[in-house]
Design a protein around this ligand. Structure first.
Ligand code: AHR
Ligand code: AHR
Ligand code: AHR
Length: 479
């Protein structure tokens, strides 16, 4: 049986069920998520291929062909209409208009389930979903459970990549006003063994790995590509449980009393639902969400074991992030295709990445400035990094969404900023997107290089000319 059938049979029914990858009830045939495309702003709902089945990724691919798509709604499959929408401004503002958070790219997290392609929700910093007007989720000190299937390799140390119960006001209203799955390597509050990332519970004003806001050595660093994280709570009791979502069973990292610090016993839950952000709309974190639910009542360990078995049976597996692969080791030129600019190539002048007119009779220095060696992605080995031919050890990276040529400092942030995936060009050739911000593509704008979203808040995000400006022909290098 599917997760929500199992929870229902166990007497702790789902009150929210979110999965862009599959149906979470055996009988569910309704919408899983909505995508919105850049070309005309229209939306479509993606449904399962069959009752209880995997999402119809082909429907998304055809709707989004030749343009960009964002995940605009993640539907609640429980029948309670607890859908997740673009998160509004909270104590912290998001990067989109009116302080809203960004919507996730629809193509940032491709996977297969039992061999069928589906897409998860790739949360870049600044991305978040929320519903403040919910029905049936736990409030006050009521019991609840929740799980999320995540990408264990996609995380950071910012606050807070969460899924679960939070404030209805989008602000921090005090200890015990949240209960959510957290995933990442933030060490401001709790931590686990090793250097992370860890599963923790965000109970507000604290990420808890165990009883107090301190290190719990029984909370392990996670190395699984697919990870099941579970949090559950009831009066003066809560538990943190996790395991490899692709095989095996769950382990209990903590099960015991509520924190003794004031405010967590009893809890003061408010029942809003968040994804990718903290309760106060802290939005610096990153992570990937494939599916998750929240229940009414404290689920038993045995029901959770059967849910984990169902997740394993769904056979989550990786698939290529590239629809138009490049060849690692090749030296390439990256030619602009925008009419009127198509004698230009992606090049650098010092640290600035720009486009310059290059021909076979250009000076050697310019030929070298516009030549790039394709390397295995520093931040994700499925994608690519572009090393400068004239400055070995320096790579194209984005910083404040502008491209720069910087030497590799070996930090996680640099490597991720320098990693790009290659897809079929929106107009022609290749479109090269940021791995860490998959809604943003390499674009030239006023002949300078950026990662740009289609119609976003920056001038360089202008929808005018976007498709041409992000379509490049990757060819033989000049030098
Ligand atoms: O509890 C950690 C975080 O602290 C919460 O998510 C946020 O609301 C507050 O900043
Ligand atoms: O380019 C966007 C972000 O700006 C990068 O990820 C970060 O390094 C910088 O703050
Ligand atoms: O980068 C050159 C041009 O600058 C782009 O084609 C256009 O979008 C912008 O005005």
């Amino acid at each position: 049986a599917a997760p929500c059938d199992l929870y229902k049979n166990g007497g702790t029914p789902c009150v929210a069920a979110h999965g862009t990858t599959r149906a979470l009830y055996d009988a569910y045939t309704g919408p899983l998520y909505q995508v919105k495309r850049g070309s005309d702003g229209t939306t479509t709902d993606i449904t399962p291929l069959s009752a209880g089945g995997v999402a119809n990724a082909a429907a998304q691919d055809s709707f989004c062909k030749g343009t960009t798509c964002l995940i605009s709604i993640i539907y609640d499959q429980s029948g309670r209409a607890n859908h997740l929408y673009q998160a509004p401004k909270g104590a912290f503002s998001g990067p989109d208009v009116n302080g809203q958070d960004n919507l996730a790219s629809a193509i940032g997290a491709p996977v297969t389930l039992n061999g069928k392609k589906a897409y998860g929700v790739f949360v870049s910093p600044g991305t978040g979903y929320r519903n403040d007007e919910v029905s049936g989720t736990a409030t006050g000190n009521q019991p609840e459970g929740m799980y999320a299937v995540l990408d264990g390799t996609h995380y950071n140390d910012a606050c807070c990549f969460d899924y679960g119960n939070a404030e209805v006001s989008n602000t921090d209203t005090g200890n015990g006003h949240m209960e959510a799955v957290y995933y990442g390597n933030n060490t401001v509050w709790g931590s686990g063994s090793g250097s992370g990332p860890w599963l923790m519970a965000d109970l507000e004003n604290g990420l808890f790995s165990g009883q107090g806001t301190k290190q719990n050595p029984a909370d392990p660093s996670i190395y699984n590509r697919f990870f099941t994280g579970m949090v559950k709570g009831e009066p003066n009791q809560w538990a943190l449980r996790g395991g490899n979502a692709a095989s095996g069973s769950l382990s209990t990292y903590y099960s015991g009393a509520r924190p003794t610090v004031g405010g967590y016993n009893p809890m003061s839950l408010e029942g809003a639902i968040i994804l990718g952000i903290g309760g106060d709309n802290s939005n610096g974190a990153q992570g990937t969400f494939y599916e998750g639910v929240m229940t009414s009542g404290y689920p038993s360990d045995s029901v959770e074991a059967s849910v984990q078995a169902n997740i394993v049976a769904a056979k989550y597996a990786t698939t290529s992030l590239n629809t138009a692969p490049l060849t690692v080791g090749n030296k390439v030129s990256i030619k602009v295709t925008t009419p009127g600019y198509d004698t230009r190539y992606l090049a650098h002048s010092g640290a600035t990445v720009n486009t310059q007119v290059v021909t076979s009779s250009s000076a050697t220095a310019l030929k070298q400035q516009s030549s790039w060696t394709v390397r295995t992605g520093l931040g994700n080995s499925d994608c690519y990094s572009f090393e400068s031919v004239d400055t070995p050890g320096s790579f194209i990276r984005h910083y404040n969404f502008q491209l720069q040529l910087n030497s590799n400092d070996n930090t996680k942030a640099f490597k991720e900023d320098a990693t790009f995936c290659s897809q079929t060009g929106l107009v022609t050739g290749n479109t090269i997107r940021s791995w860490s911000y998959p809604a943003k593509f390499i674009r030239h704008y006023n002949n300078v290089g950026y990662i740009a979203s289609n119609g976003g808040v920056h001038d360089f995000d202008s929808a005018t000319g976007f498709n041409n400006d992000v379509s490049f022909v990757v060819g033989t290098s000049f030098a």
